[in-house]
Design a protein. Sequence first.
Length: 127
Amino acid sequence: MFSHMMVGSNDIARSKTFYDALFGAVGGKPAIQDDRGRLIYMHNGGVFMVTAPIDGDPACNGNGSTIGFAMASPEQADAWHKAGSENGGTAIEDAPGVRTSPMGALYLAYLRDPDGNKLCALHRMPA
């Protein structure tokens, strides 16, 4: 259904530091930067991009929006959360851990990136 995800940034260099660390913690490579200055991350078949808004207005986060990233294990989610927290992100919600839901037990860790976008690391726990 999805081809890619893109978020806006008011400081591409700051975002590169944050997302390079975030994706590096789970085995991803640093961003490719295109001729428009956009950051492009490709990992496990997904594409995630960061850009300055094309219309010239300031970037802002979507209230109620969350971008989720699949994790291979709780330990990987913890590494992701730690890398993000140490590189300009803000830990939000409850501490990383298992939550029960109608979809089963989920290990979740939440961050806001430097521009306020809400991110979630999600690992589906074995039944």
